[in-house]
Ligand binder design. Sequence first.
Ligand SMILES: Cc1ncc(COP(=O)(O)O)c(C=O)c1O
Length: 386
Amino acid sequence: MPDPGSAGRFGEYGGRFVPESLIPACAEVEEAFRQAWADAGFRRDLNRLLSVYAGRPTALTPAWRLSAELGVTLLLKREDLAHTGSHKINNVLGQALLAKRMGRTRLIAETGAGQHGVATATAAALLGLSATVFMGEKDMARQELNVHRMRVLGAEAVPVTSGSRTLKDATSEAMRYWVTCVDEAYYCLGSVMGPHPYPWMVREFQRVIGDEARAQCAAELPAAIPDYVVACVGGGSNAAGTFAGFADTKAQLVGVEAAGGAAIADGRVAVMHGHRSYAVQDEHGQILEAESIAAGLDYPGVGPEHAHLHDIGRARYVTVTDDEVLAAVRRLARSEGILPALESAHAVAWVIRAAEGGELPQHATVLLTLSGRGDKDTATLLEVAR
Ligand SMILES: Cc1ncc(COP(=O)(O)O)c(C=O)c1O
């Protein structure tokens, strides 16, 4: 999974499709990131924060009972154990350090499930920056706990009332707002999407998941490399970071999308939110609204690198339904004592279906990135139980 070059291309995807006023800002972020990433001092500072603040390396936990039930060896990469409860903190600590290095005083972000917003508010507090987080009104209602967490941490949470009032509209609003304050604010994007260099930069900040998991699998598995590497895909950052650690192996890479927002399974090529990739559209090319029980996967597009990995056949993308996801939450909670985020449960749901349906061979070894913990979803689970 290479550097996409100065044009930021992954095959025919990616690029930098933004208003002219944002081109210099994106170029400045790219230049700053290239320099920082080549600077041992920056890497040292980031690695130190990842270990003493975010709690890395996260554990690799065998799902003992579920593995026995399914006839496979299932290993869980526990991003739910990272500070703030999801993988989002890895990327945000990297970008917040970069913003500081660029002399910026404010972070702007968009959020769906609220985990990226909470991570941004957290990093801003840690580094003495201010934070403005855009969030769709619908997501604010179903992720109320995370809205409150952001505000307690000192961030401004701005409701977005346009369109479907979810992540797509929050992203559009955050980008519009960035145009008005590019000189003092840094746009801290939450996934492997947006204009170049974000898809590449976010993947590099998230590859810590895959690199750690690779070393942990080598210690845990006789064959060192798992047969399958599975992760859920919204924009695709936890999957891209995980896949990066196994790109040069024979492991089969599987990305799991929500059936109601499956950009790769159901989408066509579009330009949206600054990049070219797949998105779900109607016959006139209008972007459709996604519909998923998981706010973090309720997004009609996907990051450009995933579109490319799909086209070249290096990764496979599958979908699961909300019902399968809810069943997977209960199954993992009751067999392992781990309550996964609804987003992460998409990956669990596919492994269950594939193992029980015979698609996964008996004794297959599976690495699954559990991108976050389910505490934030308690209100949704309560509503479903009523
Ligand atoms: C726990 C969790 N997992 C996954 C995602 C989806 O994002 P990505 O596909 O970028 O990993 C989110 C987004 O909010 C999330 O909160």
